[in-house]
Design a protein around this ligand. Structure first.
Ligand code: A3P
Length: 318
C-alpha cells in the first residue's frame, strides 16, 4: 500500500471504469451518511422533488394535459426557466449535468400534494428512466399513447410550420421514402418516438407497472375533462370540477381552459390547423408502426393496462 493523491487515484479509477464518469444523481436525503454532511442550504425536512412525471411522448397532448391538471389547487409544477421552453428536460438532456441542487431548486415553491415535472423528451431518452428512478423512485409516471400515425404527421407539420430549412421542399411522402440525410433525420424524428412498445419496455425495467397511468391521446383531445378527472382520482387528489373549467373553443377547434370567465387556449404551436392526413400516407405509416403496435398491444394486456381504441382498430387495419 502507498499513499497517492486523490486526483490521480480518481484519474486511474476512471481510466479503468470510463462509463462511471457520468454522474447519476440520487436523493442525498435518503441516505443517512449523506444527510450528515449536507450543506446548510439543503434542508431535508422541506425538500420538494416531483412526485409526478408526465414523460411524453412529444406531440401527444402533453402540454394540454399538464395545463388542465394544474387547474387543481393541489397541483404545482416547476418554476419557468429563462431561455427555455416550458420544459426543464432534466433527465433527458444537458440539464442533467447541472445536478441535483439545480433540479430541486426549481420545485421549492409550495406544499402541493402533487408536484409535477412535465418533460415530453423523457419518453424516448435512453437514460431517462434510469436517471428518474435513481432520484425519484416513488414518482408516478403518466404516458399519453396517441395514435403514432397522427403523432408522426404532427411532427412533420410542426417542422413545416416552423419553416425549418431541413424540411423545405420535402413532402411527408418524401420524408418516408427519401434517402437524403435530411429525409432520414426527419423520418427518425417522426417515427422513433412512436415505437411505443420499445420505449414503454425501457420505462418498465425501472418503474413498477402500478406507478404508471396511461392515457389515450384521442380521448384527451375529445374529452379532456373526463381524462383529467380520472387522472386526478388516480393521484388521490380531492374531487374537483374540471368540467366547468375546460370548454370546447370552436375557433381553436380544441378544448381550452376557462380563466376569469374567458376561454384561454394553448399557444399557436399547440393544436395547429393543417390538412387531414391522406389515406395513402396513413396506410403507409400504418404498416411502418404495425409490428410495434402488435408488441404494444401484448405488453398492455400483460400488464393489465387499458388498450387505447385507436390501437385496437389499427391492429386490424394494416
Ligand atoms: P398539433 O398541433 O399537431 O395538432 P404536445 O403538447 O405534447 O407537444 O402535443 C401537441 C398536440 O397536442 C397538438 O398537436 C394537438 O393535436 C394536441 N392537443 C390535444 N389536446 C389539445 C388542446 N386542448 N389544445 C391544443 N392541443 C391539443
Amino acid at each position: 500500500l502507498r499513499w497517492e493523491d486523490p486526483i490521480s487515484v480518481a484519474d486511474r479509477y476512471f481510466h479503468l471504469f470510463p462509463t462511471e464518469k457520468n454522474p447519476i444523481w440520487g436523493n442525498p436525503c435518503m441516505d443517512e451518511r449523506h444527510r450528515s454532511i449536507l450543506p446548510p442550504t439543503l434542508n431535508c425536512s422541506n425538500l420538494t422533488l416531483p412526485n409526478l412525471l408526465v414523460v411524453g411522448p412529444q406531440k401527444t397532448g402533453t402540454t394540454a394535459l399538464s395545463s388542465f391538471l394544474q387547474l387543481h389547487p393541489d397541483v404545482s409544477t416547476n418554476r419557468i426557466l429563462e431561455n427555455t421552453f416550458e420544459e426543464i428536460q432534466f433527465f433527458s438532456g444537458e440539464n442533467y449535468e447541472k445536478g441535483f441542487d439545480w433540479y430541486r431548486q426549481l420545485f421549492n415553491n409550495g406544499s402541493s400534494k402533487i408536484v409535477m415535472d412535465k418533460s415530453a423528451t423523457y419518453w424516448d431518452s435512453t437514460e431517462g428512466p434510469m436517471r428518474a428512478f435513481a432520484l425519484i423512485p416513488f414518482a408516478k409516471i403518466v404516458v399519453i399513447l396517441h395514435d403514432p400515425i397522427l403523432r408522426a404527421y404532427s411532427w412533420y407539420n410542426h417542422l413545416v410550420a416552423r419553416n425549418e430549412s431541413i424540411v423545405r421542399g420535402l413532402s411527408m411522402e418524401d420524408v418516408l421514402n427519401g434517402d437524403t440525410p435530411a429525409a432520414k433525420k426527419i423520418r427518425s424524428r417522426c417515427i422513433s418516438g412512436g415505437r411505443y412498445a420499445h420505449h414503454l419496455d425501457r420505462w418498465l425495467q425501472w418503474f413498477p407497472p402500478s406507478q404508471f397511468h396511461l392515457i389515450d391521446g384521442s380521448e384527451l383531445k375529445e374529452n379532456p375533462s373526463e381524462v383529467v378527472t380520472n387522472l386526478a382520482r388516480w393521484l388521490q387528489l380531492s374531487p374537483f370540477d374540471f368540467q366547468s373549467l375546460i370548454k370546447f373553443n370552436p375557433k381553436k377547434g380544441f378544448y381550452c381552459k376557462i380563466v376569469s370567465g374567458h376561454s384561454s387556449c394553448l399557444g399557436a404551436s399547440k393544436g395547429r390547423s393543417y390538412p387531414p392526413i391522406s389515406p395513402i400516407l396513413s396506410s403507409r405509416l400504418c404498416s411502418i408502426f404495425h409490428n410495434d403496435n402488435i408488441a404494444l398491444h401484448k405488453m398492455l394486456l400483460n400488464h393489465n393496462f387499458p388498450v387505447p381504441t385507436w390501437l385496437s382498430s389499427s391492429l386490424n387495419q394494416c
